[in-house]
Design a protein around this ligand. Structure first.
Ligand code: AHG
Ligand code: MN
Ligand code: MN
Ligand code: MN
Length: 306
């Protein structure tokens, strides 16, 4: 006899169900993180839908302003930022927001404050928007000791103190990868249900990978150890096969592939960007948290990213 379960998944682990399960492991929890995450999920769904129709809805191209990083903002950078700021503030669970697109941190109105600080890159991979290549959103969440007296210094916590991090990739499918400090899980948006369903439980990065991922156009500005390392990927001296190069130029997509297929993603500091291009609070820390939770490593070149 034909079984519906052979064709359809009928017992769906939605992201809400998963987060509630995680919450029940902490009997003292009052569900604040669950509520915050559900607002982030809503933001991701909104942006996913906008990204899908970007070309049709006149959402491609520049917004006309420059952000604090000195980059020209795209319309989708600005829209996504607005979506997430609204989603995070209205959750009633945040006190400070730090976004790539806002020059200053946003201190939430005391009436709406909660105990979390969220650092986020609302739209990662802006240069790929107009050609329809995978882009994403990155977020990292910290807990603040006293929401009423929170200062900017308190926001500058080490990445290892994050309590949750994740990203959503708007790619050939929309995938949300999340860790609340107990491993990493991946969820795919089912557009017909409007729900993220767990498709990648307990993600572990393969111990060995055959791919390196870097913008080699920057090679002339690299230091010698970086140049030597990449040279070895192409011309190994230990008899192994050369690695394949894959580079999308959206950190979310490059990290996602690295997480699933293994290998290395790097954006080294160089003569042009002596502190590196990637932004610590909303790109490097959340991705490092996820990588380590998935059994991988994240390095500055000198030591652990933390
Ligand atoms: P964003 O679009 O949020 O500004 O981030 C772009 C970042 C990151 O996504 C990516 O890894 C890197 O910039 C790509 O830089 P290059 O174009 O210099 O390779
Ligand atoms: Mn940018
Ligand atoms: Mn980015
Ligand atoms: Mn961005």
């Amino acid at each position: 006899m034909d079984h519906a379960a052979d064709t359809f998944r009928t017992d769906l682990m939605t992201i809400t169900r998963h987060v509630l399960n995680e919450q029940s492991r902490h009997p003292e929890s009052r569900g604040d993180l669950t509520i915050l995450l559900s607002h982030i999920v809503l933001g991701c769904k909104f942006v996913a839908s906008a990204v899908n129709k970007a070309g049709l809805a006149k959402l491609t191209g520049l917004a006309g302003e420059t952000n604090v990083q000195g980059e020209e903002q795209k319309k989708l950078d600005v829209l996504s930022n607005e979506v997430f700021v609204n989603a995070l503030v209205s959750s009633g669970r945040t006190c400070v927001l730090v976004s790539e697109e806002d020059e200053k941190a946003t201190f939430v109105d005391p009436k709406l404050r909660g105990k979390y600080c969220v650092c986020f890159d609302p739209l990662d991979g802006s240069s790929n928007i107009d050609c329809g290549v995978s882009i994403g959103t990155i977020f990292g969440i910290y807990m603040i000791k006293n929401q009423d007296t929170v200062t900017l210094e308190e926001v500058l916590q080490p990445g290892k103190d994050m309590i949750a991090a994740g990203y959503c990739m708007y790619g050939s499918s929309c995938t949300l990868v999340l860790s609340t400090g107990n491993g990493v899980n991946g969820f795919t948006l089912d557009p017909s249900l409007g729900e993220f369903i767990m498709t990648h439980p307990d993600i572990k990065i393969p111990p060995k990978g055959k791919i390196y991922s870097v913008n080699e156009g920057n090679a002339k500005n690299w230091d010698t150890p970086t140049a030597k390392y990449v040279e070895k990927c192409k011309y190994p001296t230990d008899g192994s096969s050369p690695k394949s190069l894959r580079y999308i130029g959206s950190m979310v997509a490059d990290v996602h592939r690295t997480l699933l297929y293994g290998g290395i993603f790097l954006y080294p500091a160089d003569k042009k960007s002596p502190s590196g291009k990637l932004r610590v609070m909303y790109e490097v820390f959340p991705m490092s948290f996820l990588m380590e939770e998935a059994g991988g490593q994240s390095f500055t070149g000198k030591g652990r990213v933390a």
